[in-house]
Each structure stands twice: as structure tokens, then as C-alpha cells.
Write a protein that binds this ligand. Structure first.
Ligand code: ADP
Ligand code: MG
Length: 576
């Protein structure tokens, strides 16, 4: 029996120096799977060893129909990850010094994402995880290693990755949920909607640090009749809810009445959510981007001239750079960057916006002449953004009625209940003119492409050619520089940030040629990932990557403090 062999080998390593574990690198056949030891840690305190198990479908036994569409396959992989994650906690325990005895896999959020930790194909199920190979000090604990890898691991695999051991109904339900959400999101375009919020959805979360559903204490969502949309699936099932049309939508209402909660659910609607989350049928255009003020961020070579002109000291606003943006300039730059990265909808909340970027009322116009105010507020640009560039905006704005003039749809929240108050808002706008001067001209203005220069991205640190570190969903350390992602609010898992870090290096190696525009680079990376999976980003069979959007990769590049850009040469511009 190969199992026996492996057990003997582990026991024979007992009391050897930790380095001897390196001899385990490679494949080990077990009765019902193959174990791959891909990397071995240097000592029991170092980052744990990376292992991979491949179970043939003949043994795992997942019926084809559970993974015959991308939606279902991702849902199944997500389900298996959750099983493995939960069950592994029962086997992970101290078996010596440091991380000895640890069994860990990347923890999932509420979103169902494609991840490298679990892959299901027609022929096999593969799971990647981390193990702390046991030792006492620097001496291998061979018996503990054998117990972990030869007794516990097979049990864990049996419990988490065998169809016959799992809840078939729950797996089916998770697949249905993903398929329905993807179908709903597909309906948005034809119906000219930016987002859909199903009746009965639970939007509030348990707390600011707990993304799970608030549960029975929540008031379920109910659509106002005039915005109600009924969507009937091919199987006859009808789903009703609020459709938010393209164009400009305001979410208004008293403080603490649920405005930001609705917007947050819409922000997260770019992802599918697990059954029980409450937001399973809240879906948003896949390219929607939340934009907020981010004082202090760096901005490089962005044409912010649609929003900002005549800066003090004659600074350029067509290729605007700063190491320390103000609230308003950061928000202007983030909008231009998001649109350049393919956003067709922008999501903004007054809670996290710069007031002077959002509004400039008549009295202020009277006091501070336009010639002394570089900023054209969004209220004068938001409509042009839609008419000139097809970019919709959903805006939480409880504090100013100036937006009534430019809004297509106004949704009021009262006691967490949504009402369509578009007609009243129009009437008020007609009866009570703001008497403000429109600013910033008739057109939104040009969107100039940028080329990212290859030496913007340097992952080297000391003697290491590539040094990447990630802190939660907030920060990437790339070589000697830090990228602050704390204001990039649609990142939900550290695995997304790890994959983005790898994608920065990948983009630099393959596509930053001093010619291609940033948009073209993002496109090329997206095509490669779609064709070859997240594993194409490096050659390490990383088990911690999660799917991310090109909008967030762009956000990371745009926040690099070492970023260098130029305008494209005429030859490198698209020919159409
Ligand atoms: P606003 O942005 O209007 O000031 P928030 O969206 O921040 O309000 O919501 C205020 C509080 O109400 C939050 O604690 C939120 O969790 C809670 N809340 C929001 N929507 C609901 C709901 N449908 N049912 C119960 N509580 C809710
Ligand atoms: Mg709010």
C-alpha cells in the first residue's frame, strides 16, 4: 500500500532536522487521492507548507450536472471550499512548535467567487491548502506528521470532498442561487437597468465587521410599484423587485433610514452571494464602481479637466499628478480612472464624498467667483457623463436637493421602505428653482487614455526579485512600495488582493511596453485569466487567489506611488 510507504517515510523522519521535510516534495499516491507537496516551509514558524490533493471524480462522485455551467461550477467549488474550511478546523491543532499541526485554507467571504483553492473538473476535484509540518523545535515530529497526513487528512478529504458525504440539496440550492443571480445580472442590459433588488431581500448586515445577514430583525426589501420589475426565468419562475434604471438615480431620505445600506448592497451586487446571505438576488451591472473621496492618495497623469481647471500656480489638470490629493481632487480622479477602467455605473455616497465635489450652491457661486474655484461639481457633470459616455450614477444624497434637476429617478427611504418620489422631486425642482449657474460647459469633456510605463511596477526588495505582501483587503506591499486599497470598497477577500498583487507583476512582465494604454493592458490580463484561469498569474500553484475585476486591478495600479504615465503615441491608439 502506498499509504503505508508514506507513513513509514514520515515516521522515519522523526527527530531528523526540519530540512529533511524537503524530501517530501512531489506526489504521493493515497488510496483515494493523490497528495502533492508543492512547497515545504523552512522551519515550523515559517509560512506553512503548501499542499494539494487531487481526488478523481470516480471517487469524489460529483454528478456532471452540478458543474455543467460556469455559474454552477463556481458555486460547487465555493461550497466545497466552505466545507473544507469548516471541517479543517476540527483537525487543525497544535502538534509541536510554531505552526506545527495547522491545516488551513483561504477563508471565504459571503461572495461566491472563483478561487484557486478548489477546482472541480469533469475528471477530478483539486483542493489546495496549507499545513504546518510538525516539529518540536527544529526536530521533525514524525509520528505527528504521520497522524496529520495519513490519518486526519484522508478523513478530512472524505468529509469535505466526497459527494456521498455532503448535503446534495444544499449543493443544488447553491448552484441554483448562483445561476439565478447570473441570469438576473444578464437581464439588466436588455432592460436598461443598472441594478435589481429583489423583493424580500435582506440588505442590512449583522454589524460593521460582520458581513452576514442581520436576519429576522431586518425589514425585508419591498419594491415601490412604479419601479417594480417582474423577471420570468425560462423555467417559469418569476422574480419581482426594484429595477434601478440607467441614468442618474438619487437615493434620498432621513438619516439612519437605510440609504447607505441600500447602496452597499448595490455595490456588492457585482458578486453573487451564498444562500442565506439575504442579497442572493441583489444584482448590479458587473462593471459598477463605488467611488469615494480619499484624501492623501496619489494620482498620476490623470486628465481631471472635466472636473478641475485653473489650479493655483498653473498646475496641469490634463495630466494631473499629486502625491497628496484633496478630498475633491481624489474623487474627481477616481471617477475618471473608473470610467477608463470600463465602469458603466458609478456608485457614490454622501457619507464618503467631498461636499465641494458634490455641490456648489447659488450662494457660494455668488461669494466665490467661478474664476477662483477650480472645481466643477459633479451636479453639473453627472448628466453629461451619462449622455456623452453612457455612464450611469447612483447617488446617496440626503443633504442637498440640487440634484433633483439632474436626476432621472429619485428613491426615498423611510423606515427602510423604498418609495418612488421622482414626480415630487421634479415638481419641487420646477417650483423652487435653485437659480444656480450651470458650470463646466455643455460637454463632459474628453477622456484621455494613459500609458503606464514599465518601470512603474518594481516588485524587487533586497535580494528578492519578487516581494509581495498583502494585508487583508487593505494593502499590498509591492517591493519597497505600499499600495493603500482601504478606499477600494468592493474588494471582499484577501485572496482577491493577493491575485491583484500577482497580476501587477504579470502585467508588468507581459504587457507594460510603454505603448499600450492602461485599458488595453487590463483587457489583455482579463483575456489571459479568462482563458487560463488565475493560475496564469504565476507558476506557484497558489491556493489563495480569488477572482477580481479589472476595475480593482486598475484601482491598485492607479494608487501606486511609483506610477509613471504618458499620453499614448498616435501609432498606439486604437484605429477605430
Ligand atoms: P442612512 O445611510 O440612511 O443614514 P444606514 O443605511 O446607515 O442609514 O442605516 C442605518 C442603520 O439601519 C444601520 O445600522 C443599518 O444596519 C440599519 N438598517 C438599514 N436597513 C435596514 C433594514 N431594512 N432593516 C433593519 N435595519 C436596517
Ligand atoms: Mg448613510
Amino acid at each position: 500500500m502506498p499509504d503505508h510507504n508514506f507513513r513509514d517515510r514520515l515516521e522515519a523522519l522523526d527527530r531528523c532536522s526540519y530540512k529533511a521535510y524537503k524530501s517530501l516534495r512531489g506526489q504521493h499516491p493515497f488510496a483515494s487521492f493523490t497528495l502533492h507537496v508543492d512547497s515545504v516551509q523552512g522551519d515550523p514558524f515559517a509560512a506553512p507548507s503548501r499542499l494539494r490533493v487531487v481526488v478523481p471524480q470516480a471517487i469524489a462522485g460529483f454528478p456532471r450536472r452540478l458543474c455543467d455551467t460556469a455559474s454552477r461550477r463556481i458555486a460547487l467549488e465555493d461550497y466545497l471550499l466552505r466545507q473544507f474550511h469548516q471541517q479543517a478546523q476540527g483537525y487543525s491543532r497544535h502538534r509541536g512548535s510554531g505552526k506545527s499541526g495547522l491545516i488551513a485554507i483561504a477563508a471565504p467571504s459571503q461572495a461566491m467567487l472563483s478561487r484557486t483553492a478548489v477546482t472541480v473538473s469533469a475528471t477530478s476535484v483539486e483542493v489546495r491548502f496549507a499545513v504546518g509540518l510538525p516539529a518540536h523545535g527544529r526536530r521533525i515530529a514524525g509520528r505527528q506528521a504521520a497522524e496529520l497526513l495519513c490519518d486526519d487528512l484522508p478523513k478530512l478529504i472524505e468529509q469535505a470532498l466526497r459527494y456521498s458525504q455532503l448535503d446534495a440539496t444544499a449543493i443544488q440550492a447553491q448552484g441554483d442561487t448562483a445561476e439565478t443571480a447570473d441570469w438576473l445580472r444578464d437581464q439588466l442590459r436588455d432592460r436598461q437597468l443598472v441594478a435589481f433588488v429583489a423583493d424580500g431581500a435582506i440588505l442590512p448586515r449583522r454589524s460593521g465587521v460582520d458581513e452576514r445577514s442581520l436576519g429576522p430583525a431586518a425589514v425585508p426589501f419591498r419594491s415601490p410599484a412604479s419601479l417594480r420589475v417582474s423577471l420570468t426565468r425560462p423555467n417559469g419562475e418569476t422574480i419581482t423587485g426594484m429595477g434601478i434604471p440607467t441614468g442618474i438615480t438619487l437615493i434620498v431620505g432621513g438619516g439612519y433610514h437605510g440609504k447607505s445600506t441600500l447602496l452597499k448592497a448595490i455595490e456588492q451586487g457585482v458578486y453573487n452571494h451564498v444562500p442565506g446571505d439575504g442579497r442572493e438576488q441583489v444584482v448590479t451591472t458587473a462593471t459598477a464602481v463605488k467611488v469615494r473621496a480619499e484624501e492623501g492618495r496619489s494620482v498620476t497623469g490623470v486628465d481631471v479637466s472635466p472636473f478641475i481647471n485653473h489650479l493655483p500656480q498653473g498646475r496641469s489638470t490634463e495630466q494631473f499628478s499629486t502625491a497628496d490629493a484633496s478630498g475633491s481632487t481624489s474623487q474627481a480622479a477616481s471617477i475618471i480612472e473608473a470610467v477608463a477602467a470600463g465602469a458603466t455605473a458609478l456608485l457614490l455616497d454622501e457619507d464618503t464624498s467631498a461636499t465641494n465635489f458634490m455641490i456648489r450652491d447659488r450662494r457660494m457661486q455668488a461669494l466665490i467667483a467661478k474664476a477662483q474655484e477650480p472645481i466643477t461639481p459633479l451636479v453639473d457633470k453627472v448628466r453629461q457623463l451619462y449622455t456623452d459616455h453612457g455612464v450611469s450614477t447612483i447617488l446617496v444624497m440626503g443633504g442637498s436637493g440640487d440634484y433633483f434637476d439632474v436626476a432621472d429617478t429619485v428613491i426615498a427611504l423611510n423606515e427602510y421602505q423604498a418609495a418612488d418620489v421622482t414626480a415630487q422631486a421634479r415638481q419641487i425642482a420646477a417650483d423652487d428653482r435653485t437659480e444656480r449657474q450651470a458650470e463646466g460647459g455643455q460637454q463632459f469633456g474628453s477622456l484621455s487614455p494613459r500609458v503606464v510605463l514599465p518601470d512603474s511596477i518594481d516588485p524587487q526588495r533586497g535580494h528578492r526579485a519578487v516581494s509581495l505582501k498583502v494585508r487583508a483587503t487593505d494593502e499590498i506591499r509591492l517591493g519597497l512600495t505600499e499600495i493603500d486599497l482601504s478606499a477600494v470598497e468592493q474588494l471582499v477577500e484577501p485572496g482577491q488582493v493577493k491575485a491583484i498583487a500577482a497580476a501587477l507583476v504579470y502585467a508588468q512582465r507581459h504587457y507594460l511596453d510603454g505603448e499600450r494604454s492602461l485599458a488595453a493592458v487590463l483587457q489583455a490580463v482579463a483575456v489571459d485569466i479568462a482563458a487560463h484561469g488565475l493560475d496564469c498569474l504565476n507558476d506557484q500553484l497558489n491556493g489563495e487567489f480569488a477572482a477580481f475585476r479589472m476595475q480593482e486591478l486598475a484601482a491598485a495600479i492607479n494608487r501606486l506611488r511609483t506610477l509613471k504615465t504618458t499620453a499614448p503615441t498616435a501609432a498606439s491608439l486604437p484605429q477605430d
